[in-house]
Design a protein around this ligand. Structure first.
Ligand SMILES: [Cu+2]
Length: 678
């Protein structure tokens, strides 16, 4: 999203190279804002360690001057009333966004922050409420506010795995961290994935438990919250479609990881069949005990106060009916046609469901309810007062293999809709005068594991007086060697043309070695990149590096790096943080699926389409970079996500004969290499 904002500011940026650290209207520099956010999120269970912020927390009066709020203080007065009446959740208690009252409280704080007119009001409120509200609610509200408030536009948020490490690592490591702290002995502990070799699911735990993947998932849900309303500031463009696409990509990527590890693709979840895999999270709340476990082959039970399984089945059949009819019925009884390229957006809003669902009374909230119902199967009647399950936090949800079963189930509903649309015709897909002569990959497509170390200093309690000891954990994670795509394109037009280059890959065979048809393959395609180029008349040679992928983001800088770079920036240096402003995207490390020793075969395809027709915003081709998932303003590509592979392909010759489409086979290798950094 921030990249998009930059697009609009290209002209200004050119004349203003240090854009990342300019002062705002009230004279607060971006470096100062970064400093404030660093300290607001550091050691959230203890005292604020910045004297300035601490003073604000102690003496600021949120209601003293309501002219500092764009809503005349309505939100802050509401929150203060609940605070004074002691209605807010206590501190040192678990927090879940799926708990309605807890969500309401977090959003009350978000509402205050988003309505602050200047940074001083923003940061003073944040400090004040950090000291008085539940820490989980505070962290959530501040993250979403920093992502969405124009005041915090250039602020880089620290990695959540360092802010709330309990949600990202296992109990064994957390216990070791506490022991180290008690004895004031520095420690570096190895994190391992949950489960044992006896559980085949453990072979792909590196995907669902990857801290970068968890960060991707939670960040996406903060960029596009299901509770968002236009009144906060803007309309999230194609939010429902984006919900479909980001989870579709998680689904197909997980299947590719499974094939890399000789496992069948995920089977979809059925409400009336047992949940095949159990899950023991080995994860502990900072306050609130262990995350609940679920044994294998549990039958779904109704969850008291949440939903009956029957209700979920009813909602599902209403959605499937709408797809079969080709229209949705809104609250007022009007029909909304979904037999077009925007239909997927309406369906996404309905299935999640978001505030944009045209009829939540009738179509329910399948996704959100399912997360809670699945999360509670260990204690559906609430007999044991267990805390929420891993499915009830976006940070932890992908750890449980049933997350992917649930999403395969919803993905298949979306597929029903996409398959009901008319296939693209040859005429629609042709781009006159443009043909791809050659496509190849530079360098072997090879993945490996490496150790990644991150700090656990925020996992343990401490005070300013007692020196912190270095406590960290290292965890194996997937990475790949750098590579590049070589694309030779001829432009037979006698003028320059604007184009969009779209790159996808899908597994060539299933786990039994049977080749996927083109139509099966295209639905399982992983989006690798999408970018814009101008083609000169004649031949054009395009080299696109794997590191440039628009669907991925680099690692979020650690707290340590943020502190150091912020101090340097306060002293006048360039912060060097600009590229980290948006963390919405898949970690670049995960661009390729793991592959295997023999080389897992993939179909690599490139489609070059008409950039003039594709561009949804002006001046797009002046800046080829855009963040694929983040869309704060208008989403730059007019085409549906997954275009041109998003619709049924009854006859693959339509594609194979297309000059602006190229299809080759590649292999992704993994030779068991593990790079140890410690
Ligand atoms: Cu999700």
């Amino acid at each position: 999203m921030k990249v998009l904002v930059l697009l609009a500011l290209v002209a200004i940026a050119a004349a203003w190279p240090n854009l990342g650290f300019q002062a705002d209207g009230a004279g607060v520099s971006d470096a100062q804002k970064q400093h404030d956010v660093n300290f607001l999120l550091h050691k959230i269970y203890g005292e604020i360690r910045d004297s300035n912020l601490k003073a604000k927390a102690d003496s600021f009066d949120p209601e003293a001057d309501l002219s500092h709020y764009s809503d005349d203080g309505a939100a802050v007065q509401k929150l203060m009333r609940d605070l004074k009446d002691h209605r807010l959740l206590e501190q040192k208690h678990w927090f879940s966004l799926f708990n309605p009252r807890q969500r309401q409280e977090a959003l009350m704080l978000f509402d205050v922050l988003i309505h602050c007119k200047d940074w001083n009001t923003f940061v003073s409120n944040a400090a004040y409420f950090r000291q008085r509200m539940n820490e989980g609610e505070f962290v959530y509200a501040l993250y979403v506010a920093v992502i969405h408030s124009p005041l915090a536009e250039h602020v880089v948020l620290p990695p959540l795995y360092e802010v709330t490490p309990h949600l990202f690592t296992n109990s064994e490591v957390i216990e070791a961290a506490y022991r180290a702290k008690q004895t004031q002995t520095p420690g570096k502990f190895q994190s391992s994935f949950t489960g044992t070799k006896k559980n085949p699911e453990q072979r792909v735990a590196y995907f669902g438990e990857d801290i970068g993947m968890n960060t991707h998932h939670v960040t996406w849900h903060m960029e596009f919250p299901f509770w968002w309303q236009d009144s906060y500031s803007h309309h999230p463009d194609r939010k429902g479609e984006n919900f479909f696409w980001v989870h579709h990509q998680l689904t197909v990527r997980f299947d590719a990881e499974r094939l890399s590890n000789y496992l069948d693709p995920v089977g979809e979840l059925h409400w009336d069949k047992p949940i095949v895999q159990g899950f023991a999270p080995h994860t502990t709340y900072k306050y609130g005990g262990q995350f609940p476990s679920r044994p294998d082959n549990v039958d779904f039970e109704d969850v008291d106060g949440v939903a009956r399984i029957r209700d979920l089945l009813i909602v599902e059949s209403r959605i499937r009916d709408a797809i079969a009819h080709g229209y949705i019925v809104d609250r007022a009884g009007n029909r909304i046609d979904i037999m077009n390229e925007r239909g997927i957006n309406v369906l996404g809003d309905i299935i999640e469901s978001s505030m944009y669902s045209p009829n939540v009374q009738y179509y329910g909230a399948l996704h959100n309810t399912a997360h809670i119902v699945l999360g509670r199967q260990a204690d559906p009647r609430g007999k044991y007062a267990l805390p929420p399950g891993v499915l009830e936090h976006f940070e932890t949800a992908t750890r449980d293999p049933s997350f992917f079963r649930l999403h395969k189930y919803m993905d298949n509903i979306f597929k029903e809709h996409k398959d009901s649309l008319p296939p693209y015709t040859k005429e629609q897909l042709t781009f006159n005068g443009v043909s791809i002569e050659n496509l190849s990959v530079d360098g072997e497509l090879e993945t490996f594991f490496e150790d990644f170390e991150y700090s656990l200093i925020n996992a343990v309690d401490g005070t300013k007086e007692i020196q912190d000891v270095e406590i960290s954990t290292y965890v194996p994670r997937l990475n790949h060697k750098d590579f590049a795509y070589n694309i030779e394109i001829t432009n037979n037009n006698d003028k320059e043309v604007l184009t969009t280059v779209r790159i996808f890959a899908w597994p060539h065979r299933d786990n039994n070695g049977i080749e996927y048809t083109f139509d099966e393959g295209r639905w399982n395609s992983i989006e690798l990149d999408k970018f814009w180029v101008k083609l000169s008349p004649g031949s054009n040679h395009i080299v696109r590096k794997s590191s440039e992928s628009a669907v991925t983001v680099p690692d979020v800088p650690s707290f340590d790096t943020l502190f150091k770079k912020t101090e340097a920036a306060l002293g006048g240096a360039d912060s060097g943080l600009t590229e980290f402003e948006s963390a919405t995207g898949i970690p670049n490390r995960f661009l390729l699926p793991k592959g295997n020793e023999q080389g897992l075969e993939f179909d690599l395809v490139v489609a070059v389409t008409d950039g003039e027709a594709d561009a949804a915003i002006d001046g797009l081709h002046e800046n080829t970079e855009f963040n694929h998932y983040g869309a704060h303003g208008k989403y730059p590509d007019n085409r549906p996500h997954g275009y041109p592979l998003d619709r049924k392909v009854p006859d693959n010759r339509v594609f194979e004969d297309l000059p602006n489409f190229k299809h080759i086979q590649v292999k992704v290798f993994n030779h068991g290499e593990h790079i140890h950094h410690h």
